[in-house]
Design a protein around this ligand. Structure first.
Ligand code: GDG
Length: 484
Protein backbone atom coordinates (compact mmCIF):
# COMPACT_ATOMS: atom_id res chain seq x y z
CA UNK A 1 0.00 0.00 0.00
CA UNK A 2 1.17 3.51 -0.59
CA UNK A 3 2.24 5.67 2.31
CA UNK A 4 -0.10 8.45 1.26
CA UNK A 5 -3.28 6.38 1.34
CA UNK A 6 -5.71 7.79 3.89
CA UNK A 7 -3.04 10.20 5.09
CA UNK A 8 -5.47 12.90 6.24
CA UNK A 9 -6.13 12.36 9.93
CA UNK A 10 -9.60 10.99 10.28
CA UNK A 11 -11.32 11.53 13.60
CA UNK A 12 -11.97 8.17 15.21
CA UNK A 13 -14.74 7.01 17.53
CA UNK A 14 -12.67 4.11 18.84
CA UNK A 15 -9.01 4.64 19.36
CA UNK A 16 -6.40 2.11 20.38
CA UNK A 17 -3.26 3.56 21.93
CA UNK A 18 -0.42 1.04 22.24
CA UNK A 19 3.35 1.21 22.20
CA UNK A 20 3.60 -0.55 18.84
CA UNK A 21 1.56 -0.36 15.69
CA UNK A 22 0.20 -3.77 14.73
CA UNK A 23 2.58 -3.91 11.73
CA UNK A 24 6.33 -4.02 11.14
CA UNK A 25 8.06 -1.91 8.53
CA UNK A 26 9.85 -3.96 5.90
CA UNK A 27 12.28 -2.29 3.53
CA UNK A 28 12.78 -4.27 0.30
CA UNK A 29 16.11 -4.62 -1.55
CA UNK A 30 15.00 -1.83 -3.92
CA UNK A 31 14.31 0.48 -0.97
CA UNK A 32 10.53 0.11 -1.22
CA UNK A 33 8.64 0.14 2.06
CA UNK A 34 5.90 -2.32 2.92
CA UNK A 35 4.26 -3.43 6.16
CA UNK A 36 3.89 -6.87 7.66
CA UNK A 37 1.65 -7.82 10.55
CA UNK A 38 3.81 -8.20 13.62
CA UNK A 39 3.73 -11.14 16.02
CA UNK A 40 3.04 -10.67 19.75
CA UNK A 41 0.23 -10.99 22.22
CA UNK A 42 -1.30 -7.56 21.88
CA UNK A 43 -1.74 -7.62 18.11
CA UNK A 44 -3.18 -11.11 18.18
CA UNK A 45 -5.73 -9.93 20.74
CA UNK A 46 -6.82 -6.56 19.39
CA UNK A 47 -6.87 -6.93 15.63
CA UNK A 48 -10.33 -8.52 15.33
CA UNK A 49 -11.86 -5.84 17.58
CA UNK A 50 -10.30 -3.06 15.52
CA UNK A 51 -11.57 -4.38 12.24
CA UNK A 52 -15.12 -4.67 13.47
CA UNK A 53 -15.15 -1.15 14.87
CA UNK A 54 -13.50 0.78 12.09
CA UNK A 55 -11.31 2.58 14.59
CA UNK A 56 -7.78 3.96 14.53
CA UNK A 57 -4.59 2.69 16.15
CA UNK A 58 -1.88 4.98 17.49
CA UNK A 59 1.55 3.41 17.96
CA UNK A 60 5.25 3.44 17.21
CA UNK A 61 6.53 1.90 13.97
CA UNK A 62 9.50 0.22 15.64
CA UNK A 63 12.24 2.35 14.02
CA UNK A 64 14.17 5.39 15.20
CA UNK A 65 13.37 8.84 13.77
CA UNK A 66 10.78 7.45 11.34
CA UNK A 67 8.51 10.25 10.32
CA UNK A 68 5.53 8.51 8.79
CA UNK A 69 2.14 9.95 7.88
CA UNK A 70 -1.00 8.17 9.05
CA UNK A 71 -1.95 5.39 6.64
CA UNK A 72 -4.40 2.57 6.09
CA UNK A 73 -3.03 -0.97 6.00
CA UNK A 74 -5.02 -4.12 5.58
CA UNK A 75 -8.21 -2.22 6.46
CA UNK A 76 -6.76 -0.68 9.63
CA UNK A 77 -6.27 3.04 10.08
CA UNK A 78 -2.81 3.51 11.60
CA UNK A 79 -1.34 6.65 13.15
CA UNK A 80 2.43 6.43 13.73
CA UNK A 81 4.20 8.21 16.59
CA UNK A 82 7.87 9.05 16.10
CA UNK A 83 10.59 8.09 18.61
CA UNK A 84 14.16 9.37 18.42
CA UNK A 85 17.08 6.97 18.70
CA UNK A 86 17.67 8.17 22.24
CA UNK A 87 14.04 7.58 23.14
CA UNK A 88 14.19 4.06 21.76
CA UNK A 89 17.07 3.45 24.17
CA UNK A 90 15.68 5.27 27.18
CA UNK A 91 11.92 4.95 26.96
CA UNK A 92 11.63 1.56 25.22
CA UNK A 93 14.71 -0.53 25.92
CA UNK A 94 15.36 1.28 29.20
CA UNK A 95 12.35 2.23 31.31
CA UNK A 96 9.83 -0.08 29.64
CA UNK A 97 11.93 -3.19 29.21
CA UNK A 98 14.71 -2.95 31.77
CA UNK A 99 12.80 -1.20 34.60
CA UNK A 100 9.07 -1.96 34.41
CA UNK A 101 9.16 -5.37 32.71
CA UNK A 102 11.36 -7.11 35.33
CA UNK A 103 9.77 -5.20 38.23
CA UNK A 104 6.26 -6.23 37.19
CA UNK A 105 7.37 -9.86 36.66
CA UNK A 106 8.29 -10.58 40.26
CA UNK A 107 11.78 -9.11 39.83
CA UNK A 108 12.82 -12.27 37.97
CA UNK A 109 15.68 -10.08 36.72
CA UNK A 110 16.97 -7.03 38.54
CA UNK A 111 15.20 -3.82 37.46
CA UNK A 112 17.39 -0.83 36.70
CA UNK A 113 16.35 2.63 37.86
CA UNK A 114 17.66 5.64 35.92
CA UNK A 115 16.26 9.14 36.11
CA UNK A 116 16.96 9.90 32.42
CA UNK A 117 14.95 6.82 31.45
CA UNK A 118 12.03 8.09 33.51
CA UNK A 119 12.22 11.55 31.88
CA UNK A 120 12.09 9.90 28.49
CA UNK A 121 9.11 7.76 29.56
CA UNK A 122 7.23 10.91 30.57
CA UNK A 123 8.07 12.69 27.31
CA UNK A 124 7.01 9.78 25.11
CA UNK A 125 3.79 9.19 27.05
CA UNK A 126 2.98 12.88 26.58
CA UNK A 127 3.52 12.60 22.83
CA UNK A 128 1.15 9.63 22.62
CA UNK A 129 -1.47 11.46 24.71
CA UNK A 130 -1.23 14.56 22.51
CA UNK A 131 -1.57 12.49 19.36
CA UNK A 132 -4.59 10.68 20.80
CA UNK A 133 -6.16 14.02 21.75
CA UNK A 134 -5.84 15.15 18.11
CA UNK A 135 -7.21 11.98 16.56
CA UNK A 136 -10.11 11.19 18.92
CA UNK A 137 -13.51 12.44 17.84
CA UNK A 138 -15.70 14.14 20.42
CA UNK A 139 -16.74 11.73 23.19
CA UNK A 140 -14.72 8.95 21.55
CA UNK A 141 -13.71 5.85 23.40
CA UNK A 142 -9.97 5.50 23.86
CA UNK A 143 -8.47 2.19 24.89
CA UNK A 144 -4.89 2.51 26.12
CA UNK A 145 -2.72 -0.60 26.33
CA UNK A 146 0.06 -1.87 28.48
CA UNK A 147 2.95 -0.96 30.69
CA UNK A 148 4.71 1.38 28.27
CA UNK A 149 1.71 3.78 28.35
CA UNK A 150 0.75 4.07 32.01
CA UNK A 151 0.87 7.88 32.12
CA UNK A 152 -1.27 8.34 29.01
CA UNK A 153 -4.70 8.06 30.70
CA UNK A 154 -4.16 11.05 33.04
CA UNK A 155 -2.36 13.13 30.41
CA UNK A 156 -5.14 12.48 27.91
CA UNK A 157 -7.91 13.20 30.39
CA UNK A 158 -6.40 16.57 31.09
CA UNK A 159 -6.34 17.43 27.39
CA UNK A 160 -9.72 15.89 26.58
CA UNK A 161 -12.12 15.51 29.51
CA UNK A 162 -14.90 14.53 27.10
CA UNK A 163 -13.34 11.14 26.30
CA UNK A 164 -14.05 7.79 27.85
CA UNK A 165 -10.74 6.19 28.66
CA UNK A 166 -10.00 2.54 29.38
CA UNK A 167 -6.62 1.06 30.21
CA UNK A 168 -5.62 -2.60 30.04
CA UNK A 169 -2.39 -4.01 31.46
CA UNK A 170 -1.25 -7.13 29.60
CA UNK A 171 1.42 -8.09 32.09
CA UNK A 172 1.14 -8.79 35.82
CA UNK A 173 0.75 -5.95 38.30
CA UNK A 174 3.13 -6.57 41.19
CA UNK A 175 2.34 -6.76 44.88
CA UNK A 176 2.83 -3.52 46.84
CA UNK A 177 6.08 -4.83 48.37
CA UNK A 178 7.74 -4.85 44.93
CA UNK A 179 5.98 -1.88 43.32
CA UNK A 180 7.09 0.23 46.24
CA UNK A 181 10.71 0.05 45.01
CA UNK A 182 9.89 2.31 42.10
CA UNK A 183 11.00 5.90 42.71
CA UNK A 184 8.11 7.10 40.49
CA UNK A 185 5.45 4.86 42.03
CA UNK A 186 3.00 7.65 42.81
CA UNK A 187 3.17 9.19 39.33
CA UNK A 188 2.42 5.84 37.72
CA UNK A 189 -0.58 5.22 39.95
CA UNK A 190 -1.90 8.71 39.23
CA UNK A 191 -1.32 8.17 35.51
CA UNK A 192 -3.47 5.05 35.54
CA UNK A 193 -6.19 6.78 37.57
CA UNK A 194 -6.84 9.02 34.56
CA UNK A 195 -8.78 6.07 33.11
CA UNK A 196 -12.42 5.28 33.93
CA UNK A 197 -11.60 1.59 33.92
CA UNK A 198 -8.24 -0.07 34.63
CA UNK A 199 -8.24 -3.70 33.51
CA UNK A 200 -5.86 -6.47 34.58
CA UNK A 201 -5.37 -10.11 33.65
CA UNK A 202 -6.03 -11.52 37.15
CA UNK A 203 -8.12 -10.42 40.14
CA UNK A 204 -5.02 -10.38 42.37
CA UNK A 205 -3.41 -7.73 40.16
CA UNK A 206 -6.48 -5.49 40.41
CA UNK A 207 -6.42 -5.91 44.20
CA UNK A 208 -2.71 -5.00 44.28
CA UNK A 209 -3.50 -1.82 42.39
CA UNK A 210 -6.45 -0.76 44.57
CA UNK A 211 -4.44 -1.41 47.72
CA UNK A 212 -1.55 0.70 46.43
CA UNK A 213 -3.86 3.54 45.46
CA UNK A 214 -5.30 3.54 48.98
CA UNK A 215 -1.91 3.38 50.66
CA UNK A 216 0.20 5.56 48.40
CA UNK A 217 -2.20 8.09 46.92
CA UNK A 218 -4.64 8.14 49.83
CA UNK A 219 -7.89 7.84 47.86
CA UNK A 220 -10.96 6.14 49.27
CA UNK A 221 -11.63 2.71 47.83
CA UNK A 222 -14.34 0.12 48.13
CA UNK A 223 -13.88 -3.32 46.56
CA UNK A 224 -13.00 -2.64 42.90
CA UNK A 225 -13.81 1.09 42.99
CA UNK A 226 -11.60 4.10 43.66
CA UNK A 227 -13.27 7.39 44.59
CA UNK A 228 -11.35 10.47 43.45
CA UNK A 229 -11.65 13.86 45.17
CA UNK A 230 -13.05 15.42 41.94
CA UNK A 231 -16.06 13.09 42.12
CA UNK A 232 -14.90 10.64 39.44
CA UNK A 233 -14.97 6.91 40.08
CA UNK A 234 -12.37 4.53 38.66
CA UNK A 235 -13.00 0.80 38.46
CA UNK A 236 -10.13 -1.72 38.66
CA UNK A 237 -10.99 -5.30 37.77
CA UNK A 238 -9.81 -8.43 35.97
CA UNK A 239 -10.55 -9.09 32.29
CA UNK A 240 -8.51 -12.16 31.37
CA UNK A 241 -7.51 -11.86 27.72
CA UNK A 242 -8.04 -14.65 25.24
CA UNK A 243 -7.53 -15.67 21.62
CA UNK A 244 -9.50 -15.85 18.37
CA UNK A 245 -10.57 -19.40 19.18
CA UNK A 246 -12.85 -20.12 16.19
CA UNK A 247 -10.34 -18.62 13.74
CA UNK A 248 -7.49 -20.70 15.09
CA UNK A 249 -9.52 -23.88 15.23
CA UNK A 250 -10.55 -23.34 11.61
CA UNK A 251 -6.89 -22.98 10.65
CA UNK A 252 -5.94 -26.09 12.63
CA UNK A 253 -8.64 -28.13 10.88
CA UNK A 254 -7.51 -27.33 7.34
CA UNK A 255 -6.10 -30.10 5.19
CA UNK A 256 -2.87 -28.16 4.64
CA UNK A 257 -2.24 -27.72 8.39
CA UNK A 258 -2.86 -31.44 9.00
CA UNK A 259 -0.54 -32.29 6.12
CA UNK A 260 2.18 -29.97 7.41
CA UNK A 261 1.84 -31.37 10.96
CA UNK A 262 2.38 -34.87 9.58
CA UNK A 263 5.38 -33.68 7.62
CA UNK A 264 6.89 -32.03 10.74
CA UNK A 265 6.59 -35.30 12.65
CA UNK A 266 8.20 -37.18 9.79
CA UNK A 267 11.04 -34.68 9.62
CA UNK A 268 11.54 -35.17 13.36
CA UNK A 269 11.96 -38.92 12.70
CA UNK A 270 8.41 -39.94 13.69
CA UNK A 271 9.17 -40.09 17.41
CA UNK A 272 6.60 -41.45 19.83
CA UNK A 273 6.47 -38.14 21.72
CA UNK A 274 6.98 -34.59 20.50
CA UNK A 275 7.27 -32.00 23.26
CA UNK A 276 6.94 -28.36 22.25
CA UNK A 277 7.78 -24.97 23.73
CA UNK A 278 6.89 -21.69 21.95
CA UNK A 279 7.92 -18.43 23.55
CA UNK A 280 9.39 -15.06 22.89
CA UNK A 281 13.00 -15.42 23.98
CA UNK A 282 12.40 -13.79 27.35
CA UNK A 283 13.74 -14.57 30.84
CA UNK A 284 10.21 -14.59 32.26
CA UNK A 285 9.21 -17.54 30.10
CA UNK A 286 11.23 -20.14 32.01
CA UNK A 287 12.87 -21.66 28.93
CA UNK A 288 16.18 -22.38 30.64
CA UNK A 289 14.78 -24.37 33.57
CA UNK A 290 12.35 -26.19 31.32
CA UNK A 291 15.22 -27.46 29.14
CA UNK A 292 17.20 -28.43 32.24
CA UNK A 293 14.24 -30.49 33.43
CA UNK A 294 14.11 -32.21 30.04
CA UNK A 295 17.84 -32.90 30.15
CA UNK A 296 17.51 -34.59 33.54
CA UNK A 297 14.68 -36.77 32.26
CA UNK A 298 17.01 -37.94 29.48
CA UNK A 299 20.09 -38.44 31.65
CA UNK A 300 18.12 -40.42 34.21
CA UNK A 301 16.64 -42.63 31.50
CA UNK A 302 13.03 -41.59 32.09
CA UNK A 303 12.86 -40.41 28.49
CA UNK A 304 15.06 -41.33 25.52
CA UNK A 305 16.11 -39.49 22.38
CA UNK A 306 15.21 -42.67 20.48
CA UNK A 307 11.50 -41.97 20.80
CA UNK A 308 11.19 -38.48 22.21
CA UNK A 309 12.16 -35.00 21.01
CA UNK A 310 11.79 -31.47 22.35
CA UNK A 311 11.08 -28.68 19.84
CA UNK A 312 11.72 -25.23 21.29
CA UNK A 313 10.73 -22.22 19.20
CA UNK A 314 12.20 -19.04 20.68
CA UNK A 315 11.04 -15.97 18.81
CA UNK A 316 13.71 -13.24 18.74
CA UNK A 317 12.82 -10.42 21.13
CA UNK A 318 14.33 -7.16 22.51
CA UNK A 319 17.73 -8.13 21.20
CA UNK A 320 19.35 -4.82 22.09
CA UNK A 321 18.58 -5.16 25.79
CA UNK A 322 21.56 -6.61 27.65
CA UNK A 323 19.63 -9.15 29.74
CA UNK A 324 18.05 -10.58 26.61
CA UNK A 325 21.42 -10.99 24.87
CA UNK A 326 22.78 -12.76 27.90
CA UNK A 327 19.77 -15.07 28.05
CA UNK A 328 20.21 -15.95 24.40
CA UNK A 329 23.84 -16.91 24.98
CA UNK A 330 22.90 -19.00 28.02
CA UNK A 331 20.22 -20.90 26.14
CA UNK A 332 22.48 -21.39 23.10
CA UNK A 333 25.09 -22.93 25.40
CA UNK A 334 22.62 -25.12 27.26
CA UNK A 335 21.05 -26.48 24.07
CA UNK A 336 24.50 -27.09 22.59
CA UNK A 337 25.58 -28.97 25.67
CA UNK A 338 22.42 -31.08 25.88
CA UNK A 339 22.58 -32.02 22.22
CA UNK A 340 26.34 -32.64 22.43
CA UNK A 341 26.00 -34.87 25.48
CA UNK A 342 22.77 -36.69 24.75
CA UNK A 343 21.94 -36.46 21.04
CA UNK A 344 22.62 -39.12 18.45
CA UNK A 345 23.10 -38.90 14.70
CA UNK A 346 19.64 -38.17 13.34
CA UNK A 347 18.22 -37.80 16.88
CA UNK A 348 19.17 -34.56 18.57
CA UNK A 349 17.50 -34.15 21.96
CA UNK A 350 16.32 -30.61 21.24
CA UNK A 351 15.37 -28.86 18.03
CA UNK A 352 16.03 -25.26 18.91
CA UNK A 353 14.61 -22.70 16.49
CA UNK A 354 15.51 -19.07 17.13
CA UNK A 355 13.12 -17.59 14.63
CA UNK A 356 9.59 -16.44 14.03
CA UNK A 357 7.10 -18.41 11.93
CA UNK A 358 3.91 -17.60 10.05
CA UNK A 359 0.65 -18.36 11.78
CA UNK A 360 -0.13 -21.49 9.76
CA UNK A 361 3.24 -23.01 10.63
CA UNK A 362 2.52 -22.32 14.32
CA UNK A 363 -0.83 -24.11 13.99
CA UNK A 364 0.92 -27.08 12.35
CA UNK A 365 3.45 -27.18 15.21
CA UNK A 366 0.62 -27.16 17.76
CA UNK A 367 -1.01 -30.02 15.85
CA UNK A 368 2.27 -31.95 15.70
CA UNK A 369 3.00 -31.72 19.44
CA UNK A 370 1.89 -34.35 21.94
CA UNK A 371 2.92 -32.33 24.97
CA UNK A 372 2.96 -28.53 25.08
CA UNK A 373 5.26 -27.24 27.80
CA UNK A 374 4.43 -23.71 29.04
CA UNK A 375 6.44 -22.92 32.15
CA UNK A 376 6.84 -19.16 32.65
CA UNK A 377 8.19 -17.91 35.97
CA UNK A 378 5.54 -15.19 35.74
CA UNK A 379 3.22 -14.32 32.84
CA UNK A 380 0.25 -11.96 32.57
CA UNK A 381 -1.78 -14.54 30.68
CA UNK A 382 0.17 -16.63 28.10
CA UNK A 383 -1.75 -16.93 24.88
CA UNK A 384 0.35 -19.84 23.62
CA UNK A 385 -1.25 -22.17 26.17
CA UNK A 386 -4.72 -21.17 24.96
CA UNK A 387 -3.69 -21.43 21.30
CA UNK A 388 -2.47 -24.98 21.79
CA UNK A 389 -5.79 -25.94 23.36
CA UNK A 390 -7.76 -24.31 20.54
CA UNK A 391 -5.82 -26.36 17.96
CA UNK A 392 -6.52 -29.71 19.69
CA UNK A 393 -10.02 -30.03 18.24
CA UNK A 394 -9.85 -33.84 18.49
CA UNK A 395 -9.24 -33.66 22.25
CA UNK A 396 -5.73 -35.11 21.99
CA UNK A 397 -2.52 -33.69 23.47
CA UNK A 398 -1.37 -32.61 26.91
CA UNK A 399 -0.70 -29.16 28.31
CA UNK A 400 1.91 -28.70 31.03
CA UNK A 401 1.27 -25.25 32.49
CA UNK A 402 2.94 -23.04 35.08
CA UNK A 403 0.72 -21.93 37.92
CA UNK A 404 2.37 -18.50 37.59
CA UNK A 405 0.78 -17.86 34.18
CA UNK A 406 -2.56 -16.03 34.21
CA UNK A 407 -3.87 -18.82 31.97
CA UNK A 408 -3.64 -21.23 34.92
CA UNK A 409 -6.75 -19.59 36.47
CA UNK A 410 -8.84 -20.82 33.56
CA UNK A 411 -7.05 -23.89 32.19
CA UNK A 412 -7.51 -25.87 35.35
CA UNK A 413 -7.27 -29.28 33.71
CA UNK A 414 -3.68 -28.72 32.58
CA UNK A 415 -0.79 -30.57 34.25
CA UNK A 416 0.14 -27.77 36.62
CA UNK A 417 3.71 -27.02 37.64
CA UNK A 418 5.70 -24.70 39.84
CA UNK A 419 8.42 -23.68 37.35
CA UNK A 420 10.93 -23.13 40.14
CA UNK A 421 10.61 -26.77 41.20
CA UNK A 422 12.67 -28.77 38.71
CA UNK A 423 11.69 -32.15 40.19
CA UNK A 424 8.03 -31.18 40.16
CA UNK A 425 8.38 -30.09 36.54
CA UNK A 426 10.02 -33.41 35.62
CA UNK A 427 7.19 -35.33 37.30
CA UNK A 428 4.53 -33.29 35.51
CA UNK A 429 6.20 -33.75 32.11
CA UNK A 430 6.50 -37.51 32.66
CA UNK A 431 2.90 -37.77 33.82
CA UNK A 432 1.80 -35.88 30.72
CA UNK A 433 3.93 -38.08 28.42
CA UNK A 434 2.49 -41.28 29.88
CA UNK A 435 -1.10 -40.17 30.46
CA UNK A 436 -3.89 -42.35 29.10
CA UNK A 437 -5.71 -41.01 26.03
CA UNK A 438 -8.99 -41.06 27.95
CA UNK A 439 -7.58 -38.87 30.70
CA UNK A 440 -6.08 -36.50 28.14
CA UNK A 441 -9.37 -36.28 26.23
CA UNK A 442 -11.29 -35.45 29.38
CA UNK A 443 -8.86 -32.69 30.27
CA UNK A 444 -8.62 -31.26 26.77
CA UNK A 445 -12.39 -31.25 26.25
CA UNK A 446 -12.87 -29.18 29.39
CA UNK A 447 -10.11 -26.73 28.44
CA UNK A 448 -11.45 -26.42 24.89
CA UNK A 449 -14.83 -25.54 26.31
CA UNK A 450 -13.19 -22.78 28.36
CA UNK A 451 -11.35 -21.20 25.42
CA UNK A 452 -14.43 -21.50 23.21
CA UNK A 453 -16.65 -19.78 25.73
CA UNK A 454 -14.08 -17.09 26.53
CA UNK A 455 -12.49 -15.87 23.33
CA UNK A 456 -10.92 -12.54 22.48
CA UNK A 457 -14.16 -11.05 21.22
CA UNK A 458 -15.85 -11.80 24.52
CA UNK A 459 -12.88 -10.26 26.32
CA UNK A 460 -13.15 -7.00 24.38
CA UNK A 461 -16.92 -6.92 24.80
CA UNK A 462 -16.69 -7.41 28.56
CA UNK A 463 -14.06 -4.70 28.88
CA UNK A 464 -15.99 -2.20 26.77
CA UNK A 465 -19.27 -2.96 28.54
CA UNK A 466 -17.65 -2.37 31.90
CA UNK A 467 -16.18 0.86 30.61
CA UNK A 468 -19.64 1.88 29.49
CA UNK A 469 -21.03 1.21 32.96
CA UNK A 470 -18.21 2.96 34.77
CA UNK A 471 -17.80 6.11 32.67
CA UNK A 472 -20.09 9.02 33.48
CA UNK A 473 -23.31 9.38 31.47
CA UNK A 474 -22.36 12.60 29.71
CA UNK A 475 -19.70 11.15 27.47
CA UNK A 476 -21.21 8.11 25.84
CA UNK A 477 -21.14 7.73 22.14
CA UNK A 478 -19.68 4.39 21.12
CA UNK A 479 -21.86 1.65 22.58
CA UNK A 480 -20.31 -1.65 23.60
CA UNK A 481 -22.68 -3.36 21.17
CA UNK A 482 -20.45 -2.10 18.36
CA UNK A 483 -17.77 -4.44 19.65
CA UNK A 484 -19.86 -7.59 19.31
C1 GDG B 1 2.09 -10.32 26.55
C2 GDG B 1 2.11 -10.85 27.99
C3 GDG B 1 -0.13 -11.89 27.59
C4 GDG B 1 5.09 -16.20 19.21
N1 GDG B 1 6.03 -16.61 18.35
C5 GDG B 1 5.47 -16.52 17.13
C6 GDG B 1 4.15 -16.09 17.26
N2 GDG B 1 3.94 -15.90 18.55
C7 GDG B 1 2.66 -15.46 19.12
C8 GDG B 1 2.02 -16.53 19.96
C9 GDG B 1 1.11 -15.70 20.84
C10 GDG B 1 1.92 -14.43 21.02
O1 GDG B 1 2.86 -14.36 19.97
C11 GDG B 1 2.67 -14.43 22.34
O2 GDG B 1 1.76 -14.16 23.36
P1 GDG B 1 2.03 -14.60 24.86
O3 GDG B 1 0.78 -14.37 25.61
O4 GDG B 1 2.44 -16.04 24.88
O5 GDG B 1 3.24 -13.73 25.39
P2 GDG B 1 3.79 -12.18 25.29
O6 GDG B 1 4.33 -11.87 23.95
O7 GDG B 1 4.75 -12.06 26.41
O8 GDG B 1 2.49 -11.26 25.55
C12 GDG B 1 1.30 -12.14 28.08
C13 GDG B 1 -0.12 -11.21 26.23
O9 GDG B 1 0.70 -10.04 26.23
C14 GDG B 1 -1.54 -10.80 25.81
O10 GDG B 1 -2.12 -10.00 26.77
O11 GDG B 1 -0.78 -13.14 27.46
O12 GDG B 1 1.27 -12.60 29.41
O13 GDG B 1 3.45 -11.08 28.43
O14 GDG B 1 -0.08 -15.37 20.19
O15 GDG B 1 1.37 -17.47 19.16
N3 GDG B 1 3.31 -15.93 16.23
C15 GDG B 1 3.79 -16.20 14.99
N4 GDG B 1 5.07 -16.61 14.78
C16 GDG B 1 5.94 -16.79 15.82
O16 GDG B 1 7.09 -17.19 15.60
N5 GDG B 1 2.98 -16.07 13.92
Amino acid sequence: MSKGEGSAIRKADLLIVANRLPVDRVVGPDGSVSWRRSPGGLVTAIEPVMRENDGAWIGWSGGADDDIDPFVEDGMSLVPVTLSGQEVEEFYEGFSNATLWPLYHDVVAKPEFHREWWDSYVAVNRRFAERAAQVADEKALVWVHDYQMQLVPAMLRELRPDLRIGFFLHIPFPPAELFQQLPWRRQLLEGLLGADLVGFQRPGAAQNFVRLVRQRVGHKTHRDLVYLPDGRTVRAAAYPISIDTPGLERLARTESTEQRAKEIREQLGNPRTVLLGVDRLDYTKGIYDRLRAFRELLTQGDLSVDDCVFVQVATPSRERVEQYRRLRDEIDRLVGRINGDLGKIGSPAIHYLHTSYPKDEMAALFRAADVMVVTPLRDGMNLVAKEYVACRYDDTGALVLSEFAGAADELRQAFRVNPYDINGMKDAILTAVHAQPRDLARRMKAMRKTVSEHDVKGWARRFLESLDETAPEHNKKVRPATAQ
